[in-house]
Design a protein around this ligand. Structure first.
Ligand code: GLU
Length: 442
């Protein structure tokens, strides 16, 4: 019978939740989901001085936001609690007592030391293969102030919580020989280990740290990132699916995720790729979800004025989804739909000037007043003018886009004009015709 997988994410809440921690949590969560196992969240807060309430709160909020909900742990409970190390002192005392009984500890200068075995330790690591490490010296497991040390509580809890696979950052590989000494001392078989490669900064050779740009999960939440896009990007940071597809839904990732696909080499953080992944997910959101998320973004950014006419807002959103790169840019991206009084992009204006924009607009104003105002009719009318006047279609298209939106990029022109409506388009053209194109102040 296959063993029921039990994995855990065991953060110490000492600062804001960063993407390194998020990826460790994600790999554990994915492995539990893939195998039908249990994902435990254990808070390693035994070092009271370094832990803060705020970081615990940000940790729980960010995990939930990413969709990495836990089967056992804070708020949900479980059979192996408490899940805060600060509440497990009695368990630690009992386990220390067991080591005393086995004559595996001694006291020196008030601290309690573990006697090491003097044997070579073999770490059974899924990613690195068997790793041989020798722990030459006895080490402290309880400080003289009576508090237990990380190695001790970490192993006690992994045993007590019946953890089958320890998936954590490679920076813990060097601690693992101490951990194996502890398993031996209690005569308990060790779990399998998977020490995952580090995340390096975008440039240079250093490890990504909390101070590096783009490292805090909270920032992505604040910028209205799609959590599934962050999950997609982080999953591929150190793990490779067998296919070379890199835009994946969470479901697809769960289906193919396996520890054997985790790379040995370190991964490099690439914010551009993360932004690209987010844009791709955004493009593929179901229409209704795009609408609901847009409402949330517009509320949070105080754009209630866009809500006056829901049917209109829906039309606007339906034509911008394909072109929008991030929800953060949504309010600015659609603002011109809601006011004729938008600003013109000065650089774009310079480009437009080479098309003799006023002449172009004058040539089509009558036409736009008379044709049915819907995308295909507008398109054929503009094409006809372009042929008749022997002026490239692009000159009309760019000029019109600029005159009605003040910008050079946006949703498809014909759909955009139709949504704006005839009256507003003509009004915007009139406004453009009054501009002094030679003035630098627009
Ligand atoms: N509290 C440790 C950390 O945050 C946990 C290490 C482990 O996963 O075993 O690094």
């Amino acid at each position: 019978m296959m063993t029921h997988v039990r994995v855990r994410f065991a953060p110490s809440p000492t600062g804001y939740f960063h993407i390194g921690g998020a990826r460790t949590a994600l790999f554990n969560w994915l492995y539990a989901k893939h195998t039908g196992g249990t994902f435990v969240l254990r808070i390693e807060d035994s070092d009271a001085e370094r832990n803060t309430k705020e970081s615990l709160k940000s940790l729980l909020t960010d995990l939930k936001w990413m969709g990495l909900t836990w089967d056992e742990g804070p708020e949900v409970g479980g059979n192996y609690g408490p899940y805060y190390q600060s509440e497990r002192s009695e368990i630690y005392q009992t386990c220390l007592e067991a080591l005393r009984q086995r004559d595996r500890v001694y006291e020196k200068e008030g601290a309690i030391w573990l006697k090491v075995s003097g044997q070579m330790q073999v770490i059974d690591d899924v990613i690195h293969g068997p790793v041989h490490r020798f722990e030459g010296k006895d080490f402290v497991i309880y400080r003289s102030n009576g508090t237990p040390v990380f190695h001790f509580v970490n192993v006690v809890d992994d045993i007590a919580m019946k953890i089958t696979h320890v998936i954590r950052g490679e920076d813990h590989l060097s601690n693992t020989s101490k951990h194996l000494e502890l398993y031996k001392a209690w005569d308990v078989p060790a779990p399998k280990f998977a020490h995952i490669p580090l995340i390096l900064k975008t440039e240079g050779s250093g490890k990504m740290s909390k101070r590096d740009q783009g490292s805090l999960v909270e920032m992505y939440r604040d910028k209205f990132f799609l959590p599934d896009a962050l999950v997609n990007y982080l999953a591929l940071l150190g793990w490779s699916p067998k296919s070379d597809k890199d835009i994946l839904s969470v479901k697809e990732i769960i289906n193919v995720f396996d520890l054997s696909g985790i790379n040995k080499t370190h991964a490099r953080f690439d914010e551009k790729k993360l932004n690209f992944t987010n844009a791709e997910h955004l493009k593929h959101l179901p229409k209704e979800e795009f609408y609901t998320r847009s409402l949330h973004v517009l509320k949070a950014t105080r754009c209630e004025r866009f809500f006056e006419d829901d049917a209109y807002l829906r039309q606007v959103l339906s034509i911008v989804q394909e072109k929008l790169r991030s929800f953060e840019s949504l309010p600015h991206f659609i603002a011109f739909f809601f006011s004729n009084d938008f600003e013109y992009d000065v650089q774009e204006m310079r480009k437009i000037c080479k098309y003799s924009p006023k002449e172009r607009l004058v040539e089509i104003t009558d036409l736009l007043s008379n044709i049915p105002f819907e995308p295909t009719a507008i398109e054929s009318a503009l094409k006809a003018v372009s042929i008749q006047r022997q002026v490239p279609l692009g000159h009309y298209v760019h000029t019109l886009r600029f005159a009605v939106s003040g910008r050079g990029v946006g949703p498809g022109l014909y759909a955009m004009l139709a949504v704006l409506g005839r009256a507003s388009v003509l009004e915007r053209i009139r406004r453009f015709l009054t501009l002094d194109l030679n003035s630098s102040a627009l």
